[in-house]
Design a protein around this ligand. Structure first.
Ligand code: BES
Ligand code: MN
Ligand code: MN
Length: 463
């Protein structure tokens, strides 16, 4: 079976790339209503591609927000069913000035890490490129007569903004979404010669804070020194959220945090990681983080608190002597197993209001969040993915917990009772969410080649 898939892929490589490039040209930015029409156009394109690839039934499921594309091919109800999840929406391209080529005009260039070439465009890796690997792998299985089981596709357009409407869709479509496993390519591997499978995702709690001092902006000479400056106050409040060991100071923040056994940490430490290369790759002189944990641990099994944006006062040209009335910040907290997004948001809010000096008013507004997720490495989905990757990479994949979040994955488990296999093919250096996002052609083809093997092994294990 595998030889047939490889031959089919070899023959159709150029077209597979061209088709992805067409999809990447549509700016499906879910966060900005300005792009609503393009988001819809992308959904229609994805539905069309699923149909062409061989789905028997496809549907654009409208929601209160962006639509969900559904597709299926049921060959025999007695065989296992794989539910493929992905997202066709992308992050905003800003800051556009920092892109070397326009974000929605894909180009192929080589890089030291991608000598075979990579497609540069917003969404190339996250997640249009990775989602499209599944459509092409499906096509390849249909065309070579090797599809071994049933498949359902659920491709959403709101992952980058919190998947709120997918949550409703999942709750209302449990029967239609019945499956044996969920397969997702929206994560990465350690390196092109070090395959890995993601076994955990962090959860997320996200808040916006507003600090109000005087009821209007004031002359900083006439009033300065005698009134609270909300930016100074906010900066101090934020600084106090970590102690000198970089522990988060919010009461109860670590209450339910899962502490890993020494054996498990030792096992994790076996995954290749080079701190010098890590620093160099992002232009850092030194790393920083919670005392008592290694960099890979800080990036995956420990919870965090980070300011994502902070603003207020005068930021235009030249100097303006002013004490602003208001200051703002957006703050994210990444969560690990057994922390709950709602509880952490509540604890943050209580703490933040408590530490505010009497001289200011503080408002905390919660945004979307999500729960953390872990998978065991002995369930059939993981075993099948590991075998598939071992075949195509020639090496056993390493299990790794990721620091990123895909909030809907925990919800799938809760609502559908299904585990997800996080078999992604991106690299950390692919600059997802950043200017010059790209996806290696090696990775794109490797994904298309590996996915059919997952189908094969998963079906064999579950027969
Ligand atoms: N695909 C990413 C998450 C990811 C990337 C996980 C790489 C592991 C490795 C996803 O699209 C994403 O960006 N998620 C957001 C959360 C969402 C609520 C905006 C994140 O992690 O910030
Ligand atoms: Mn993604
Ligand atoms: Mn993303």
């Amino acid at each position: 079976m595998h030889q047939e898939i490889k031959k089919y892929l070899e023959k159709n490589k150029d077209r597979f790339v061209d088709e992805l490039i067409e999809l990447l040209k549509i700016p499906s930015v879910s966060a900005d209503p300005k792009f609503n029409h393009e988001v819809l156009k992308t959904a229609e394109a994805v539905e069309q591609r699923l149909k062409e690839a061989g789905a028997d039934l496809t549907e654009i499921c409208l929601t209160k927000g962006h639509p969900i594309v559904y597709g299926e091919k049921i060959i025999n109800p007695d065989l296992p069913t794989i539910l493929v999840y992905g997202h066709y929406d992308v992050q905003p391209a800003d800051p556009i000035a920092l892109w070397d080529s326009p974000p929605f005009e894909p180009v192929i260039k080589t890089t030291p890490i991608h000598p075979e070439g990579a497609i540069f465009a917003r969404g190339a890796c996250d997640d249009k490129g990775q989602m499209y690997m599944h459509v092409k792998a499906f096509e390849a299985m249909i065309q070579t007569g090797t599809l071994p089981c049933n498949v359902k596709f659920m491709i959403e357009g709101e992952e980058e903004v919190g998947s709120e409407n997918l949550e409703t869709f999942v709750k209302e479509n449990k029967e239609r979404l019945k499956a044996d496993v969920i397969l997702i390519s929206d994560t990465g591997i350690i390196a092109n010669d070090i395959p890995s499978i993601t076994t955990g995702l962090r959860g997320l709690s996200y808040v916006e804070v507003e600090v109000t001092g005087p009821n209007r902006d004031l002359h900083s000479g006439l009033y300065g020194g005698g009134v609270p400056n909300p930016i100074n106050v906010l900066a101090k409040m934020i600084a106090s959220l970590h102690d000198e060991h970089k522990h988060i100071t919010i009461e109860g923040f670590y209450d339910n945090v899962e502490e890993l056994w020494a054996e498990e940490r030792a096992e994790m430490a076996k995954a290749p990681f080079n701190e010098e290369e890590f620093k160099q790759s992002i232009g850092l002189k030194d790393v920083e983080g919670e005392a008592g944990y290694t960099t890979p641990e800080r990036l995956s099994i420990r919870p965090t608190l980070d300011v994502n944006g902070i603003w207020g006062g005068y930021t235009g040209e030249g100097a303006k002597t002013v004490i602003p009335s208001k200051a703002y910040a957006k703050i994210s907290m990444r969560l690990v197993p057994h922390q709950s997004s709602d509880e952490i948001t509540k604890k943050f809010t209580e703490h933040f209001l408590k530490i505010a000096p009497k001289s200011v008013d503080v408002k905390v507004t919660p945004h979307h969040g999500g729960e953390p997720y872990v998978t065991p490495i002995n369930f059939p989905g993981y075993v099948a993915a590991a075998k598939a990757m071992e075949d195509t990479f020639g090496k056993k994949p390493v299990p790794v917990r990721s620091g990123g979040s895909i909030p809907i994955v925990a919800l799938f488990e809760k609502e559908l009772g299904l585990k997800s296999v996080l078999m992604g093919f991106g690299l950390d250096s692919d600059a997802i969410h950043s200017p010059n996002e790209h996806f290696g052609l090696f990775n794109y083809f490797k994904g298309i080649e590996t996915i059919p093997l997952f189908y094969k092994y998963f079906t064999e294990i579950n027969k």
